[in-house]
Design a protein around this ligand. Sequence first.
Ligand code: 13P
Ligand code: SF4
Length: 307
Amino acid sequence: MSNLSEDQKSLVEKINILKREKNAIVLVHNYQRPEVYDVADFIGDSLGLCQEAAKTDADIIVFCGVSFMAESAAILNPGKMVIVPFLDAGCAMSDMVDAGALKEFKKKHPDAAVVTYVNSSADVKAVSDICCTSSNAIEVVESLPNKKIIFVPDKNLAAYVAKNVPDKEIIAWEGYCPVHHFVNKEYLDEVRKEYPAAKIIAHPESKPEVLKEADYIASTSGMIECAKKDDADEFFVITECGMTERLHREIPKKKFRGLCNLCFDMKKNTLASILRCLEEEKPVVRVDRKIAEKASKAFDRMFSLTK
Ligand code: 13P
Ligand code: SF4
């Protein structure tokens, strides 16, 4: 349990009562505010959240993350109601590609398979061959028969995959995450000097020069596993600022430091807005049925390869 104020405790209680009454679950990404963890039925990375969304028996999914994640839950659960506190909680990286531009790009590389990182809109997924997340991108690319891969939209994740799957030609889209992309090697050198005992864990959305220096490269949930397994008592994580809270909560005996780079859209959700959303059962996340059918094929391929 987080260190909650009396007001927050009362909000948590109200949300939990409504969840039971409405047979609702709350899915929460690791970057959410710590008090939001207290109403979560599941906290995880994009892959874990997709898996939970795909298997739930709940009637309502309250999604606490950003829009591409909630859209994914809606695509994977066509008969269920997916609601979010704010429809405009977006992802800067996912806005760097649109379906029209990707369709044009594909024409230049007709023999390539399109691997799309889940940080993308449903429209983009609908014109892709397969989805991937930060925890299975290498596995997904390795498993494809195509030699040529268009990797969308993160150029840093694309470079990480290219390094690990050298027999494929990876054609990267020019997208990036502003939270991770502006960290450089000089910054890491300073971290090493200041905290020589700390192991560095970097998210694969980081630049190649950063990943090269890291002790571990992992998705947000993968970071928790790395820190649990490693004997070190101190870690520095190169990812969104909220991840250190999540790590403290999972592994209270170890010390975690990190960047103060915020993903503002991830921080929009509050307990009050979650309660309002559950009371009013809106806003509802809607994905056009034809788009959802096409996008769900890209998800199915990912799930069948990475079970
Ligand atoms: P994860 O799937 O590793 O949680 O990453 C999602 C994300 O948006 C990272 O910036
Ligand atoms: Fe998107 Fe970056 Fe925010 Fe993740 S941290 S949701 S990739 S903008």
